[in-house]
Design a binder for this molecule. Structure first.
Ligand code: G3I
Length: 353
């Protein structure tokens, strides 16, 4: 038996262990989960060493929290600026991560020039501008972005019908379907998601979204998945969550838990994350991951957290209070919620076996 290959492999293994530190490698979310685990990032934060080390080692998917939205990419009617989005893509390429595109069309975070001009456009002009924007963005990121939230939050907040956004007013209810078609025209392979909030907490809104999905599928409008944002509290009904998972799986669509954060301070009276709240957050995280783990493989897309550290969460500004909603604390330390994610993977896998 030739011993050289054996000793050379052993030598390579030893080098790898030493170069990675003699201690056994810590578990990483991306290596423990059998689906992508994502985080919403910004170029500024990715430029910070500690942040980049964790974002790059723990996660296998990244979403630009803001810089791939129209406010940042749509510089003028037919002028586009992809520089910030490209920096997020570059980080992902350096860390073997997928990029989820967020978002092509949203009634919020429109560029200033568009906010100021949109009322002056007739429907045909706005349709042409929107189509050219979608074509340009999706073509630019083709092969670099695996999926897009095509239209974000097009359903009314309370779930009863379409949100009466300027796009709906000017282009009619069916603008969402046409945006999906434009994205598909630009990239035959990219996964197209409809993304919204309260999908797991508002049965009326879920019903409206499912009605739209059913209509898309009946008409051959391209759609590959639904993004359930999951901006939730400790009071999430797991029955409602399970029902939403089941209904989307029935339609054979991929499910992206696309913007996960778990508020722990709804009344705004807590001055710290209490042990009790941290434990509840850990247990809820475990249940969410367990139930997600148990959907069919072909319906899994990713679980993405809407930020890395508690202090970076949009919720602080949005609610006016700290919510401690994410996996890592202000010092980049893993919280019990992180352990909850691992617990959910284990119980979810056990139940599958
Ligand atoms: O970049 C400017 C900066 O130059 C300026 O000094 C600063 C002061 O106002 O504002 C900065 O822009 C802010 C931007 O985030 C980048 O930090 C905007 O004001 C602020 O409104 C914007 O908030 C983002 C929000 O979407 C926009 O509505 C949040 O970070 C982002 O987490 C949030 O994410 C959304 C998802 O896209 C869709 N689902 C809901 C989710 C939460 O609202």
């Amino acid at each position: 038996m030739r011993l050289f290959p054996f000793f050379s492999s052993l030598g390579l293994l030893l080098v790898m262990i030493i170069s990675n530190g003699l201690d056994s490698p810590e578990p990483r979310l991306r290596s423990m989960a059998n689906f992508p685990v994502g985080v919403a990032v910004s170029p500024q934060r990715l430029a910070q060493t500690d942040y980049a080390q964790i974002a790059g080692s723990e996660f296998s998917s990244i979403t630009a929290e803001n810089v791939m939205k129209p406010q940042y990419s749509w510089a003028a009617e037919r002028e586009y600026d992809f520089s910030a989005g490209d920096s997020v893509v570059a980080f992902a390429e350096n860390h073997n991560q997928q990029v989820h595109g967020h978002t092509l069309v949203w009634h919020m975070m429109q560029p200033k020039w568009l906010r100021e001009s949109i009322d002056s456009y007739d429907s045909a002009t706005l349709e042409n501008l929107l189509r050219d924007y979608i074509h340009s963005v999706v073509k630019h990121y083709r092969g670099k972005v695996v999926s897009w939230d095509v239209v974000n939050e097009a359903i009314a907040a309370e779930g009863d019908g379409m949100r009466n956004s300027v796009y709906r007013q000017k282009l009619g209810d069916d603008y969402v379907a046409r945006c999906h078609q434009y994205a598909r025209e630009a990239d035959p392979d990219v996964l197209l998601f409809y993304n919204d909030y309260s999908v797991a907490t508002n049965p009326e809104k879920l019903k409206t979204i499912l009605t739209m999905v059913d209509d898309f599928q009946a008409r051959g409008i391209p759609i590959d998945g639904v993004g359930m944002q999951m901006h939730i509290g400790l009071d999430l009904s797991l029955d409602n969550f399970q029902y939403a998972l089941d209904e989307i799986v029935k339609r054979n669509l991929k499910i992206h838990l696309s913007e996960v954060d778990i508020r722990t301070n709804p009344e705004g009276t807590a001055g710290m994350l209490t042990e009790e709240a941290a434990q509840q957050q850990q247990e809820l995280m475990a249940e969410i991951v367990r139930l997600y783990q148990q959907i069919p493989e072909q319906n899994k897309f990713a679980i993405t957290f809407w930020g890395l550290r508690d202090n970076e969460s949009w919720l602080t500004q949005n609610t006016g209070n700290p919510q401690w909603p994410l996996l890592f604390d202000d010092n980049f330390s893993k919280k019990p919620m992180y352990q909850g994610f691992l617990d959910g993977l284990e119980t979810g896998q056990t139940k599958l076996n």
